[in-house]
Design a protein around this ligand. Sequence first.
Ligand code: AMP
Ligand code: MN
Ligand code: MN
Ligand code: MN
Length: 284
Amino acid sequence: MSQILNADLHCHSVVSDGTLTPEALAERAARNGVELWSLTDHDEVGGQHRAAAAASAHGMKYLTGTEISVTFAGETVHIVGLGFDPDDAAVSEGLHDTRGGRGKRAQEMSDGLARVGIHGAYEGALRFVGNPELVSRTHFARFLVEQGHCKDTSEVFRKFLTEGKPGFVPHRWASLKDAVSWIKGAGGLAVIAHPARYRFTANEEYALFVEFKAHGGEAIEVVTGSHTPAEYEEYADKALEFDFAASRGSDFHSPGESHCDLGQLALLPGRLTPVWELLEHRLR
Ligand code: AMP
Ligand code: MN
Ligand code: MN
Ligand code: MN
């Protein structure tokens, strides 16, 4: 385990807002030299058995994964769960409830876009959805790019889908406490995803780390496709300061959209405890 270097513990399939199947992701990960892999679809575990089987077919070790949407201090925070039982009833129910508001939110997003002259966005986004329970902003972004409103999905988020923009609808997700307790209750480990991406003040980030730890959270992502190399160093120091283990994952969504491919990130800084060292007993 400790000899594993190329772990990629964060990516998305068609079961959430990625464009590849779990099998195609496994093949791509293996081709890129990934030794330990996890599929972490948003608020879903529907792809877990397929991902684990595909990992095994390609000779990779596998950890169960998900990325749970949480509301903390008025901001959406993502908590990655690793190494839990994918068939746990409390996890299924908790994630089902977390997905629950997405349909109505999508209708409201579409209404907001219609007010600025973009019509049919709900139906349009649905054409890009692989899982009807998981309509995401990403699917709207793909529709708006297809319709020529923007050149890429980043531009759609900037102009239409972030706070204050016409397609943004505030939403209340799971609580931090619940998300961590679902993962831990099913034998897994909770990780704060891409901590540098939240628009928190230093005090708010401190509160997030302290509360997360108090609920039993054990790790943060340090090397992720959503961090810059300077942020790897900044959050490596914070992992040590708060005594968190460190995770590594590309957050790969799609060959055409993601700038960081599976398994092609920098290695974790050597001074950190890799999260997989704490999950040896949960490998599949
Ligand atoms: P949702 O869960 O529906 O709010 O959608 C969140 C997803 O949108 C994230 O997981 C990313 O895949 C995507 N996303 C968020 N911000 C951006 C951005 N600035 N550019 C591209 N994709 C983004
Ligand atoms: Mn996503
Ligand atoms: Mn995320
Ligand atoms: Mn993600």
